[in-house]
Structures are given as C-alpha cells and as structure tokens.
Design a protein around this ligand. Structure first.
Ligand code: AMP
Length: 182
C-alpha cells in the first residue's frame, strides 16, 4: 500500500482538500505545514509571531522552522503519512530525505496536482484566506514557479512522481488520485 505520500503542486491546486480525503480513506497522518503554521499564528506562539508577517507576504518561512514541525510529528507517528506543502524548495527536500533515512521511512509516491494559473487564482480568491489577496497570490505563484517547482524534476528523476490534472471536481480529482496511488 502507498502509505507514505507527498503532495506537490501550486497554491490553490486543491492539495489540502484532496489530502484530507486521501488521509481519511487510508488512515494516514495529514501533515500540512501551512495548517501547522496557521495554528501557531492563531495560538499566538513565538513561532507564530515570526511566521505571520512572512506568510502574509506569501514568502517562505525558514527551513529550520518547518523541518522542526515536521520532524516532531513524524518521529512520534506510528501510521503512514501524507506531507502537504512540504518540502517547498530543494534544501527542504534534502533535509526531509535525511530525516526519512534516519526514520527508515522512504517516500513511496509524490503526487503532482497540475492546474492552470487562471483556475488557481480564481480558486484562491474564492477561498478568501488572509494571504489570498491578488498581490500576495501573484507572489506565491512566482515563488512556486521559481523555488518549489524544481522539486518536480527532482522527484521525477527519483522515479516516484505521478501527475494528476487538478482542474476537475473534487470527486473527479479524488478518483484520479486513487487511480494513481494503486
Ligand atoms: P499553504 O497553506 O501550504 O499554502 O502555506 C501557507 C504559507 O505558509 C506559505 O505561503 C508560506 O508562507 C508558509 N509555508 C507553508 N509551508 C511551508 C514550507 N514548507 N516552507 C516554508 N514556508 C511554508
């Protein structure tokens, strides 16, 4: 069974929605670094205070912060997992690789959700999160293209990447993902 997964794709592609469905169906731990950071912000922790202004600009929070959040949860986890929104750059992919080697839990499949920029922007504006304003969305898409998307090639080379078209309905995309994970 594919029980150690990574979801990759631009902001607004539906990673969070689809990750929740797959985690329910397969009883996996859903680790979204964006959700974890938003919890820190709303609880007003020191980490949240550092992260908030960075997130509001659509920039990336430091690799150390996100790695420590992931490490803490993966080290104590007994079931499979799905990483959503992490790694976000090549250095994070390297840090994750080291951590997973230490835990002896290699990634089974990286799933790329592909979708065009117009649909992404419309979805994000409809979602209406604090970092979903037009200028911040533009910045997040640029960061995805420049910094995150090289991960696609990285995991392709490792032979574990599968792509799914994310522009259909939630149910359509969920069915395609399940097909890709067999
Ligand atoms: P998301 O919910 O995945 O769209 O993430 C929202 C925001 O949280 C991003 O725009 C970043 O500011 C921050 N963030 C989430 N995951 C990461 C990560 N792996 N590395 C750095 N920053 C992140």
């Amino acid at each position: 069974m594919k029980n150690r997964l990574l979801f990759l794709g631009p902001p607004g592609a539906g990673k969070g929605t689809q990750a929740k469905l797959i985690c329910q169906e397969k009883s996996l731990l859903h680790l979204s670094t964006g959700d974890l950071l938003r919890e820190e912000v709303s609880s007003g922790t020191d980490l949240g205070k550092i992260a908030e202004s960075i997130m509001n600009k659509g920039e990336l929070v430091s690799d150390e912060i996100v790695l420590s959040m992931v490490e803490k949860r993966l080290s104590s986890n007994k079931k499979g997992w799905l990483l959503d929104g992490f790694p976000r750059n090549l250095p994070q992919a390297g840090l994750l690789q080291e951590l997973l080697e230490k835990l002896d839990q290699p990634i089974k499949t990286v799933l790329l959700l592909e979708i065009d920029d117009d649909t992404l922007t419309k979805r994000m504006i409809a979602r209406g999160r604090k970092d979903d304003t037009e200028s911040v969305i533009r910045n997040r898409l640029k960061i995805y293209r420049d910094i995150t998307s090289p991960l696609v090639h990285h995991y392709e080379k490792l032979g574990i990447l599968k792509s799914v078209n994310g522009s259909g309905t939630v149910e359509d995309v969920n069915n395609q993902i399940k097909g890709a994970l067999i």
